[in-house]
Design a protein around this ligand. Structure first.
Ligand SMILES: [Zn+2]
Length: 81
């Protein structure tokens, strides 16, 4: 079974020179998979992606993504993805 990329969304990375990209893929059974990648040489070495899954029933579930500084986890910014 294979996933196909159906949509992409991106926001500026922390330094502003690259992008943080969210790719949403769907397989034949309509299962959705999301992945986030940092497409910036600098930020890839400094930050990591953290995600938080939210399921506020009866509302639709969603995932919040954060950019977290590896050496300073207190520095955390929410991504508008
Ligand atoms: Zn960057």
């Amino acid at each position: 079974m294979s996933y196909e990329g159906v949509s992409k969304k991106s926001v500026s990375c922390a330094c502003g020179k690259g992008r943080v990209v969210l790719t949403v893929s769907e397989n034949d059974w309509n299962q959705v998979r999301e992945s986030v990648s940092i497409e910036c040489e600098y930020c890839r070495n400094v930050y990591r992606i953290e995600s938080k899954y939210c399921c506020p029933k009866p509302m639709h579930d969603y995932t919040i993504y954060y950019l977290v500084e590896i050496d300073n986890p207190g520095n955390k910014r929410q991504l508008d993805l």
